[in-house]
Design a protein around this ligand. Sequence first.
Ligand SMILES: [Zn+2]
Ligand SMILES: [Zn+2]
Length: 162
Amino acid sequence: MVTGNRVGANTGTGMTDTAEKTSGGCMCGAVRYEAIGAPISTNYCHCTSCRKHTGAPAVVLIGYKLDQVTFTKGERKIYESSPGVGRAFCDQCGTPLTWEGDGGELGPLVEVLISTVDNPNDFAPQGHLHHAERVSWFETTDNLPRYRVWDDEAPYLTAPAT
Ligand SMILES: [Zn+2]
Ligand SMILES: [Zn+2]
């Protein structure tokens, strides 16, 4: 079943999330993965590291717990962009694939880039992280919460920056 906004923490709408499966992979098909169940979050990230990794002005990351994700084909290469943080890519075609690291109380996380999932329309972002770090000319028209950094307690904006 497809819904517009699959917030993992509160999908008590009768959906059977346990059977949900998302697949994805790189441009050339050498690396493929599957994720089981609903993601814990789907967010834009505007940080410099995500931009460097992907070549995009901003990314959307779909976050899963490590044990929800299985790499089913090929082997991803992981670049350690900072201690404990890995950014995976395909060494055949160069497609950026994931952010991987410690999610604090959530445990180890694998966040897949929305550009790699087979069904990107199924994942609507819930908010903007590291919004204060964004490229100044890049903004979206939604009214999602915008956090200065990823772990701010409250958003500093809930509308496009002007
Ligand atoms: Zn590839
Ligand atoms: Zn980022």
